[in-house]
Design a protein around this ligand. Sequence first.
Ligand code: GTP
Ligand code: SPV
Ligand code: MN
Length: 558
Amino acid sequence: MKQNSFHLWVEAARTLCRPDAVHLCDGSRAEFDHIAAEMVRAGKLTPLTKRPRSFWCQSDPEDVARVEEDTYICSIDPDNAGPTNQWKNPEEMRALMHKLFSGCMQGRTMYIIPYCMGPVHSPYSQLGVEITDSPYVVLNMHLTTRMGPEVLARCEKEPFVRGLHSVGVPLQPGQPDTAWPCNPKQRHIVHFPETREIWSFGSGYGGNALLGKKCHALRIASAVARDEGWLAEHMLILGITNPAGKKKYIAAAFPSACGKTNLAMLQPSVPGWKIECVGDDIAWMHVGADGGLWAINPEAGYFGVAPGTSMQTNPNAMKTLDHDAIFTNTALTKDGDIWWDGLPPQPLKVSSCHPNSRFTVSAKQCPIYDPEAENPQGVPISAILFGGRRSTTMPLVMESFSWAHGVFYGASLSSETTAAAKGELGKLRHDPFAMLPFCGYHMGDYFGHWLWMGEKLVKPPKIYSVNWFRKDGQGKYLWPGFGENIRVLEWVFEPTNARKTAVGNVPLHFDPALTNIDRAQWLYEVEELERYFVLFGNKFPKELSAELEALKHRLMIH
Ligand code: GTP
Ligand code: SPV
Ligand code: MN
């Protein structure tokens, strides 16, 4: 019976995973406190004396970031996963999953987490249920999603995304547990977009394990969004109010660890401007009744990069972290506080800090949390930014000539790799729309979907490219970034005094070292894009080929 699909599925998971106990989560504070206390007793979590109801923990050194090489999109047709995803035959993968999950929760408790991505009463929100054997995941989901009796009641009646997660370490009777159980050798982060299912095995960290975030709100949701005519994006959403009191909303896509959280919580260095934070990582965007683009943040909290966060760079994040926060892989100090690179020197460190160490905290604690983030209709987006870590070529900011040219900016995005994903650091790679690791379908179709959205929009937002990371000959950043980024947003708010260049409109008032367009570098960029776009075969939209040709032509004649 359809009405019972929730209970049938939970029962099937219990039979498969064979946990010692089952806990249906109610999302309450008492539940959080109880699970945290149990973890403290088990030596998995350290309470922080300096921050009320806050905890530190350390993961296994083999389980510290997203694992793209262990991530799969198992669509029926391999052509629906496309050249940028790893595809496996869904039936074969399902068989492997059943083998891995068989008895995998022995000796552990199976937690059932009903959650809602987006404001509970938004027509754009989606339900999900994550079944996990990780109490750490439960605590993190408490902080980053909406949970509770109302969400549970709806999951018993309405469709939801199914997520099954295990750290992949069953315990024999009497076998002691480790502080951070995980199974890196058999790690699989698997998505079945057609049946809206996620199976994640072997990792307990971040996007691999908190299934509401990247797996549901990006990979599964992007495939749903293509079918239903909207967008699920790796974007922050911020409100910006000018000194005259006029407010606009901006969405921005930067790859992992390239500045979304920092921009979303920006403390302006220019007096009179105000920034409010709607979201720091993911945006779901729909065409509204007015023909504009409206965005909700599906998340209810932040899983943010710790290193580099300080009172100088991001005071709003620091204030958010005063209490009720979880810190993973930061350093711990002798006096019961946390530390990371970028904070004032700390002689009392008892552990070291990983470059992808993170904090988890509810968005409600952010001093500049925008009340409109709870609006079920979302917020109206008037500009979209794309940006990456580029030491050369890309100017501080430029404005596209049209929607299609802006989509070309998105498709052309490249960035130097960071510690957010396992692999080599600082290597320039293509990361279209900052969605390379997160697009749940063929990236060529995704480009086409963006062009299609432009046609549906009566008032399409203007699209910009930004780059905070240009360097001088000595390898030093040319732009101070952080609070100073308001100067770029100021121009995006009102893009006057621009110069038209071959690549876009560029403001006149910045140091030319930040905004100049080097023709030789750009001709190389075009050549590189010509090579890259071949990957998408006949799914590469002809409108974007035309944009590339037009750019090449403009560069030749300039
Ligand atoms: P994910 O959560 O992985 O998606 O990352 P993110 O895009 O939210 O990046 P975040 O804002 O956490 O920044 C990542 C790193 O870049 C941090 O160490 C920041 O201190 C640094 N960073 C952010 N903004 C700027 C900037 O404007 N200039 C410079 N130089 N560094 C920045
Ligand atoms: C990212 O890598 O873009 C993140 C961190 O936001 S994780 O949730 O681990 O994917
Ligand atoms: Mn992210």
